[in-house]
Design a protein around this ligand. Structure first.
Ligand code: AMP
Ligand code: MN
Ligand code: MN
Ligand code: MN
Length: 274
């Protein structure tokens, strides 16, 4: 069975509709697919309906931004009830913070000569989750930068002129919302945070203390070495293991759907709970 439990649609910063995502996953040979948009469950009903047509098992998910020691840490919720009120209330708070942050990003960009970025990003996002990639796409479209990567490395990334620290939920709050919705809380792409060993252990201890269930051992951005290291941390901290590409679309190439290596044999899979 091929699992891919971390994917985005255009309900956040992905390029595909929920239906297109499901169809593409089926073509790629995925058997079990989760949609995990940033701070949103708005695409789930549509993905679910398409998955039924395509005879693909669908898992409702979400990717929640949290702030931990001044760093953005992402927590995935899997197998959630997307209508659970406590989860929905939490996601609404996150959306309000995104709105505030977007205004600040827009102001900062304006000051350094990038015009109308807030309106431009909003137009690209429509009614879906407003993310930094929407600002990046606007800057590419208007010719301010050559690609999204440059938009991040020059303007939007950590420590750059339009970077705004956001008081996202705490890890404990995100885990609580996910558990309230009956789901498993999964630490997303753990090696991507590039934390020194002692700090990474602190993060794991915080996540475990909050009741976290699993972490992504295999993900699109992990090297084979990182996967092995994360499998060992899983054993040590008694966490279940998850697998997900973090696919965002065909032109956002760093994470490909349905082309992931297998979980190392010693891992206990997060889906044993389903
Ligand atoms: P946000 O949640 O609005 O802060 O946006 C974060 C998203 O930006 C991540 O989920 C990635 O999809 C994307 N992202 C982060 N860093 C980069 C980068 N250097 N180049 C392109 N996309 C990035
Ligand atoms: Mn993203
Ligand atoms: Mn993420
Ligand atoms: Mn993601």
């Amino acid at each position: 069975m091929q699992y891919d439990l971390h994917n985005h649609s255009y309900f956040s910063d992905g390029e595909l509709s929920p239906e297109e995502l499901v169809v593409f996953a089926k073509q790629q040979g995925v058997d079990v697919l989760a949609l995990t948009d940033h701070d949103s469950v708005a695409g789930i009903a549509r993905a679910q309906a398409e998955a039924q047509l395509q005879q693909l098992r669908f898992i409702a998910g979400v990717e929640i931004s949290t702030l931990w020691m001044l760093k953005d840490i992402h927590i995935i919720g899997l197998s959630i009830d997307p209508q659970q009120p406590e989860l929905l209330a939490g996601l609404q708070l996150q959306q309000a913070k995104r709105e505030q942050r977007a205004q600040q990003i827009g102001e900062r960009l304006e000051k350094i000569g990038i015009k109308n970025a807030l309106a431009g990003a909003r137009a690209l996002a429509g009614s879906t989750t407003l993310t930094r990639p929407h600002f990046a796409r606007y800057m590419v479209a208007e010719g301010y930068v050559k690609d999204m990567k440059t938009a991040f490395s020059r303007y939007l990334g950590h420590g750059k002129p339009a970077s705004v620290r956001t008081e996202w939920a705490s890890i404990a709050e995100a885990v609580q919302w996910i558990h309230a919705a009956g789901g498993q809380a999964v630490l997303a792409h753990p090696a991507r945070y590039k934390l020194a060993r002692t700090k990474f252990i602190k993060l794991l201890e915080c996540f475990v203390a909050a009741g976290g269930d699993a972490m992504e051992v295999v993900t699109g951005s992990h090297s084979a070495q990182e996967t092995q290291a994360m499998a060992e941390y899983c054993q040590k901290y008694q966490l279940l293991a998850s697998i997900g590409s973090d696919f965002h679309g065909h032109t956002i190439g760093y994470c490909r759907l349905g082309r992931l290596p297998k979980l190392p044999a010693e891992c206990k899979e997060v889906w044993t709970k389903w």
